[in-house]
Design a protein. Sequence first.
Length: 286
Amino acid sequence: MPRESEARTVLEYLIGEFPDERALWTDLVDTGGVVDEHGRTVSSDTRYQPTRFVYFYREPAPEIPVPHEIEILHRDEQILVIDKPHFLATIPRGAHIVESAVVRLRRDLDLPDLAPVHRLDRMTAGVIVFTVTPDLRRPYQELFAEQRIVKEYEAIAGFDPGLTFPRTVRSRINKVHGEMTATEVEGEPNSETHIELVSTVTDSADAMFGRYRLFPRTGRTHQLRLHLNSLGVPIVGDNYYPHYRPSAPGDFTTPLRLLARALEYPDPITGHTRRFVSSRALDRGL
């Protein structure tokens, strides 16, 4: 709290600093929602003391429910494997807290220790593996760190008859914390994706697109989106590349046509090979 404040009480200080939220601060103080650094409740008469700290809990803004269900592909005492829908975050982040896969699943399945072994971004659908108990997280996470996971993605993106496939794309990806998009820059490659053209599809206006199978050998932020965009065939529904376009809150009409189609790995507990496959259809609604 700044020393130059002329406030006599903590409440006066808070209202003076945030005059548009007078009702909020008055209600928080009246209901015991503000405490000092020793955990003592701040009342309307608590004297303002410069350099001291107060703490409060503020309800986050209501979240818009994602109107898609999580499909469970496999569940046992060790792991839970899901088929995540588009628009649902994997873990709480930013404005998406309750509307995240891990929070939904912990609540609905009564699994308080559930944790994802890896993540998909909010706009990507598909297969995610969770561990049920904390002691199993490290063995499964090491599979990813040691690149013993075969990750297969599917995308619907632009089509260029002049491109030849299969091909491998390598580039150096740079992502600056706080910036929405990543960029490909000069330098030693730190990302690699093997890409195959599976077939062509047409949308309702008879425009032609390609259906691609992608095998990322690294896991850089937005790697698959960047690599297809660098070939001149950006993914359908991508509002980040080639140009960033903010999406309206609650708009679930245009999914990114990118899907984590399958995961295959040697189970660190049993040693058996496991493979899980998404059943989602990317061309629906084109």
